[in-house]
Design a protein around this ligand. Sequence first.
Ligand code: AGP
Length: 607
Amino acid sequence: MCGIVGYIGKRKAADFLLDGLSKLEYRGYDSAGIAVVEKDGLRVEKCMGRLDALRKKLKGREPVGTVGIGHTRWATHGRPSDSNAHPHSDPTGQFVVVHNGIIENYLTLKEDMLAKGEKFSSDTDTEVAAHLFATYYHGDMEDAVHRVLRTIKGSYSLVFLCKAEPDKIICTKKDNPLVVGLGEGENYIASDIPAIINSTRKTYIMNDGEIAVVTADGVRLTDLEGKSISKKIYEVNWNAEAAEKGGFEHFMLKEIYEQPKAIRETMRGRVEDNRIVFKELDWDREFLARFNKIFIVACGTAYHAGIVGKCYIEQLAGIPVEVDIASEFRYRRPLIDENTLTVLISQSGETSDTLAALREAKRLGSHTVGVTNVVGSAVGREADQVIYTYAGPEIAVASTKAYTTQILVMLMFGIYLGNLNGRLDSVLSEDLVKGLLEVPELIHRQVEDVDQIKVFARKYGSSEDAFFLGRGLDYAVALEGALKLKEISYIHAEAYAAGELKHGTLALIVQGVPVIVLATQEDIYDKTISNIQEVKAREASVIAIGFEGDTELGKYADHVIYIPRTGKYLAPLLSVLPLQLLAYYAALTRGSDVDKPRNLAKSVTVE
Ligand code: AGP
């Protein structure tokens, strides 16, 4: 995700900003920039690439001003480029902003501005905020900021700088993190504590709807109406390294906890009046009718999301779906043509096999849709159309929040297609969308209470093998649970469709082998119970995952992890959580390097 830094005091702002931004590099970014108050106005310097590219650009002509803001961008609207990098200004260059998040209504606002003849120099949503800031400024910066906030919709951390009032920086936030650091004769702003921890440990952790007017001598806090508020100073007691992980021991754990936010961001702007809208696709019934088959192609975790996607699309939209591993698809001469839709799923958008599969699908005349988390990635650029997941950068090798946003996109895509071709019952469609809106809160509830999972991880962490079973969507999630466990704990783990076990693998089930069984699919629940009995008869230790209020599972399984009750299609978004946590805590028990497991890389750009 993007990073924000601000400085006001006596030091050279540029030095502080570049140093602060470098502390946020771990978050991932594609371009960087700063804006500094100089004698003759606001000087904006920005470019695509790493901070070093910006340093090089500034070499020998560094700004000398003592007030400034900086940003590292992780593209969401518009590809990575010099012009899309932040800070963004109004056309006169007197009003500058940096922004993390998404301004949902930017297109409507931009269209109005274009109609009035305003010129834009980027594709970003943020530039709209800079234009609004300029339009609303009539001699009072605070008033202009309030008006901007009344006009925009979405999620943001925003920082404002204006030439006419060079002795202050104003910042605010909604659904995105922002902290204000307190110094002696200087003050700081940052999207995350590591950026300022070398200068101060005294901070205000900003809440939604709070505005900070920051000068060198102090910080005044107000609400959105301009009324002063008082706030407790939060004394940071972490070191810089822990601060990068936001207090979590590993990036993987941090990313597991970020899932409610990732889900919210990925849904943002795509739910209107209980319907799913994909403005980036904008298909009609006729366009969809072209396709008699859908291929979903991906690798690893993304492939598992594709298997979940197959269930959704076939059951909600009645279109046949094949799911393929990209490294197989690219060489197996798939039977596809212009009547096939090919969906490529890739967190990084740079996986070599997935990219080759995308090119092959295009060569064969298929229409391609990329589902990726990285704007400007190869999949994002080369697919005919793209649906972005907005999980934010995923740093741990083991994918967690990217997976949940991928299956979310698959579900939304299934609903979208089913609505378009009329195969999806309107009541079910509405129920699904309503249910989706509750998912972030339900995940939040789950991660609040992990003690039971820690106990199981300790109890079974020394096992050599583990099996994951499920039927239907539960089987699809079981595949991901097994992959998580093996990649970070190195326990040999396999997932099976529960009914398939007796055709061979049952021979491996012996006393004490942990078998994790997902039982969230009501229509095949009894069958799953029979499979639990099958492995219990061989004295396996069964950990079942079922809904709260289920009184049956406990009678057959050794242990039950209860997840919040929801519908069958939404269940994968919740049932994967305990599996991710189980893998994480089992890996801790075994002392493996959770964020960088042996032999694996985050992005596999070789064949
Ligand atoms: C999962 O935890 C892995 N890191 C891996 O399977 C990953 O999902 C796979 O390499 C695909 O990566 P992509 O989504 O970036 O294409």
